[in-house]
Design a protein around this ligand. Structure first.
Ligand SMILES: [Zn+2]
Length: 195
């Protein structure tokens, strides 16, 4: 039984000291004065594969970790933002291209101090001229697979690019307004339904 990672000593909701005890099968920090339970640190990122005229969009990281490495464009998802909106926003911010999400084609999972999940979309290029945001990227461009392979490129990016080029499967497609247990509506990404 492990203690879920916890940097907090006091309840972020009411300010009382947190207590460590078993809750739902693990030792977890929780507040006995209110209902707060510390479930862990999670981060959610998105990236996008955008092909245009036989070339794929890549950005060169301007900051560490991985400064100088070429990757798919992308970034972190905001709390109230749909993942599809986040990937369009991040690609716009980094490259000034307009894109439209088609499907989810990959997912990276990395539990740790912060449980880090990264979802990769396939997107359609719509319009725009490449204009790099110097705050986030030091260079951008469209590359053939051969050109991409010659770059200092992230293993994940190259793996997904290769798969998206050779594989005609669409990936997970979004379906809006799917009712969750409890009644709220969500977007469901699933394998295509047969028609
Ligand atoms: Zn509390």
């Amino acid at each position: 039984m492990s203690l879920s990672t916890n940097n907090y000593r006091f309840c972020p909701q009411c300010g009382n000291p947190l207590h460590n005890s078993e809750l739902y099968g693990q030792i977890r920090s929780h507040c006995t004065a209110c209902s707060f339970v510390f479930w862990g640190n999670f981060s959610l990122g998105v990236g996008g594969v955008v092909w245009h005229e036989g070339k794929v969009l890549l950005v060169q990281r301007a900051h560490n970790p991985g400064k100088g490495v070429w990757t798919l464009p992308g970034g972190y998802v905001d709390q109230q933002e749909k993942i599809a909106d986040a990937v369009v926003r991040e690609i716009w911010e980094e490259t000034h291209l307009q894109t439209r999400p088609l499907s989810v084609i990959a997912l990276r999972d990395r539990p740790g101090e912060k449980h880090d999940t990264y979802i990769v979309f396939l997107l359609e290029y719509l319009e725009g001229e490449l204009l790099a945001d110097p705050e986030e990227v030091s260079d951008i461009g469209f590359f053939t697979l051969e050109e991409a392979q010659a770059l200092m490129i992230a293993e994940l990016s190259l793996s997904v690019i290769k798969a998206s080029l050779t594989q005609r499967l669409q990936g997970f497609l979004p379906k809006s307004g799917v009712a969750m247990v409890g009644g709220e509506r969500s977007v469901l990404y699933q394998i295509p339904e047969k028609t």
